[in-house]
Design a protein around this ligand. Structure first.
Ligand code: UN1
Length: 499
């Protein structure tokens, strides 16, 4: 019998009100059942929100440095359990152990950064325009935050949302992707062990259209943070708009790596292999377009294909495996649909089929795939596929590459390989993305810098770095007038002045 997992509500592990569960299986070994997870309902969300609401007054008044201390302990515990949790993440998510260890490290970095932020959370003191009056700001907690997280960074993304929310003094209800509930259950276990007070963190497992929708629509949740598809994001945004909720969206990408003829080609090949096929292309920051300058196009493609053919597919816990499976059957089917679309639009240069053979037949494996002769504006060149599919586009001048890069509805990350300093700064200035890398792939965001994109990738907020702390708090402005008389701003100061 596989294990049955529980929700975590009000400091206790509890069964779902429905008595129903869903299966969580290993995407590389379908026969490996990881466990049954609660298929919760609105009632479970109600309970979790009530617990989070009840915990808010005390938690929000706990000094921020003390809140940060708990996050520091979380960092220590995650470090101690890094390998164990990374293994669990690979088992349910599929990417290689090296990658899930990186995912864990991103969570650890986020925890320590949050720990320090508990001793900062700076406000500002600003001179008043009037005599004998002070003006200052401080950051105030908001309330219960509803967090909805994806499968591809099963640990890091929940920490990106949860830790800053907690340090700012909010309480949370989290619903992880139904593909990766185990990793988040382990994270919540760690928070419990670190001493997070009862009700401050609540975990409700279930389906997006049931639990996710209940969180988004709950009147006692004023803040929602979601990472996932642009389509789901716009549905969430409509509800949040109607209900006046604060919302952070992190959605799709169609990220390009641009290679100029003067670049170090070996370095650029390493970059695109990691960017396009790492995490089996299932990253918002995956490289799904490769823009090659005319002069080097043919040589680059030939060398890239040779390297891509050598990538070892398999179960991410096995030695030397470089590329894991896709997350589930629907994802495989979506990739297959794009292969058909691509065949009508471009040249299929390699891959294009499910990967079979020893160790692959029981999982959702797909061959690393490269299309060449891809036309800017075509579906292959503009739509997010979220799989190991790379579209190669040829260009003549940097201006043209910049234009092609910007011709999509998404704007997460971009990358330029060159030795030319002027071209690098042109890229920083003109590429319409939230993140631009020079001589590094489209992947590689660090926990202490803001992460996010422009256009339909996001809605103007950033995760990570110092900016996310603004999202999870309200600015309170405080004036103290000790003049002992009525002083009218904008009026009394100016009555006797020439202005
Ligand atoms: C995502 O793709 O959903 O830079 C997040 C990166 C990672 C985070 C990616 N550190 O790609």
């Amino acid at each position: 019998m596989a294990d049955s997992f529980k929700n975590f509500i009000d400091g206790a592990w509890v069964e779902p009100s429905t008595g129903q569960y869903f299966e969580n299986r290993n995407p590389a070994r379908r026969s490996d059942l990881i466990g049954n997870f609660p298929r919760s309902s609105r009632e479970d969300v109600d309970r979790a929100v009530a617990a989070a609401k009840a915990a808010f007054p005390d938690w929000s008044r706990t000094p921020a440095p003390a809140r940060g201390d708990i996050l520091r302990r979380v960092g220590d515990l995650l470090t101690a359990r890094k390998d164990e949790i990374a293994r669990a993440a690979t088992r349910e998510m599929g990417k290689t152990l090296q990658e899930t260890r990186g995912d864990l490290q991103e969570g650890i970095d986020t925890a320590y950064y949050a720990g320090v932020e508990g001793r900062r959370l700076f406000g500002q003191t600003v001179p008043s325009e009037l005599r004998n009056k002070w003006a200052m700001t401080y950051r105030r907690p908001i309330g219960v935050c509803g967090l909805i997280t994806p499968f591809n960074f099963p640990l890091a993304i929940p920490t990106w949302k949860m830790f800053p929310a907690l340090v700012c003094g909010n309480t949370v209800v989290i619903k992880p992707a139904e593909d990766t509930p185990h990793t988040v259950a382990l994270l919540v276990e760690v928070l419990e062990e670190a001493g997070i007070p009862r009700g401050v963190v609540n975990l409700v497992h279930g389906l997006g259209e049931e639990v996710g929708a209940a969180i988004v629509e709950h009147p006692d949740i004023p803040v929602i943070s979601f990472t996932g598809s642009t389509e789901t994001g716009s549905i969430i945004a409509q509800t949040c708009g109607r209900m006046h909720k604060r919302l952070s969206l992190e959605m799709g990408g169609k990220n390009a790596q641009i290679v100029l003829a003067d670049a170090d080609l070996d370095l650029a090949i390493d970059g695109v292999l990691w960017g396009a096929f790492g995490t089996t292309g299932q990253r918002c920051t995956a490289t799904s377009r490769l823009l090659l300058q005319d002069e080097i196009h043919d040589e680059f493609v030939a060398r890239l294909m040779e390297r891509a053919r050598g990538l070892k597919l398999g179960y991410g816990l096995e030695k030397d495996v470089e590329v894991g499976p896709l997350i589930h059957e629907a994802s495989l089917q979506k990739v297959e649909e794009y292969i058909e679309i691509g065949k009508g639009e471009a040249t299929l240069a390699m891959g294009g089929e499910r990967a079979t053979g020893e160790g692959l037949d029981d999982g959702y494996f797909f061959q690393p795939t490269i299309f060449t002769d891809v036309k800017p504006g075509s579906r292959l060149a503009t739509e997010e596929i979220f799989g190991p599919v790379l579209s190669v586009i040829r260009f003549k001048e940097l201006d043209e590459a910049i234009r092609i890069n910007n011709e999509v509805k998404y704007g997460l990350s971009s990358s330029l390989y060159t030795r030319d300093a002027v071209a690098s700064f042109r890229a920083f200035q003109d590429l319409d993305n939230g993140i631009t890398y020079v001589n590094a792939p489209t992947i590689g965001a660090e926990a202490h810098l803001p992460f996010g994109g422009v256009k339909q990738t996001g809605n103007g907020h950033r995760e990570g770095g110092w900016e996310v702390y603004e999202f999870y708090s309200e600015t309170k402005v405080c004036y103290l007038d000790y003049s002992g008389k009525l002083q009218r701003a904008q009026i009394d100061n100016y009555e006797a002045s020439p202005y």
